[in-house]
Design a protein around this ligand. Structure first.
Ligand SMILES: [Mg+2]
Length: 226
């Protein structure tokens, strides 16, 4: 499986669950946050879950759901330090780094499009050096709209002038892929196993990438644009 790279200029890349292992995020939001808050408040983890899980469920896919400041306000404390405490769980997905290097060698524009909060983006860049492999970084917070919202893609077209017919999106979020398709992004790929410690996802509407090995553009170095 590979793309006709001569027909692609712009590569839109999600961060969590696509370039980076979703394990960190799943662990933090499903376990660590509840555990840490319960310990600090002297209440049971079950009590925290009973309160927080319905809220999380209700807000899934909204900008609040992705917002560190929102959850900090709700919990009455800054959860940024909590995120740092388990930052050793942040890691790359297989082949992602080499893929980004291959894209650069082939002269493709690498644009991160993420719902992650800017503070989380900063933490992940610091831990992985991902920012050194990107040409542009767009967060949903820049547009006040998550990728699940059509408005994100309209705003993206204004911020980044690119031809959707010559663009590809890699994202583990099926709703975001659907929105991108509605906005004319030509090539769309899901991610087979966003969380390396969990079972692979079932993809119906989009082909899914296992690792990025098969996707790296084959470049004739003599003919490379730079
Ligand atoms: Mg993701």
């Amino acid at each position: 499986m590979n793309l006709p790279w001569n027909d692609v200029d712009t590569v839109l890349l999600d961060m969590d669950g696509t370039l980076l292992d979703l394990h960190y995020d799943n662990y933090f939001w499903r376990h660590y946050l509840h555990q840490r808050y319960a310990a600090e408040e002297g209440i049971t983890e079950e009590a925290v879950r009973a309160w927080l899980l319905p809220k999380m469920h209700e807000l899934r896919g909204t900008l609040e759901w992705y917002c560190v400041e929102f959850w900090s306000r709700l919990l009455g404390r800054d959860i940024g330090p909590y995120k740092e405490e388990v930052a050793d769980r942040i890691g790359w997905r297989p082949g992602a780094q080499a893929f980004l290097e291959g894209l650069a060698a082939a002269g493709k524009r690498r644009v991160l499009v993420t719902n992650a909060h800017p503070r989380t983006v900063e933490l992940k860049f610091r831990r992985t050096g991902l920012d050194r492999h990107l040409d542009a970084v767009i967060t949903a917070h820049d547009f006040r709209r998550p990728k699940e919202d059509a408005g994100f893609w309209t705003a993206l077209r204004e911020a980044e002038s690119f031809d959707p017919e010559r663009a590809v999106l890699f994202d583990d979020n099926a709703t975001a892929l659907g929105r991108a398709r509605e906005h004319g992004i030509r090539w769309l790929y899901g991610i087979a196993q966003p969380d390396l410690q969990e079972a692979p996802l079932q993809w119906d509407d989009f082909p899914a990438v296992d690792d990025f090995d098969g996707f790296t553009p084959k470049v004739d170095t003599a003919a490379a644009p730079r």
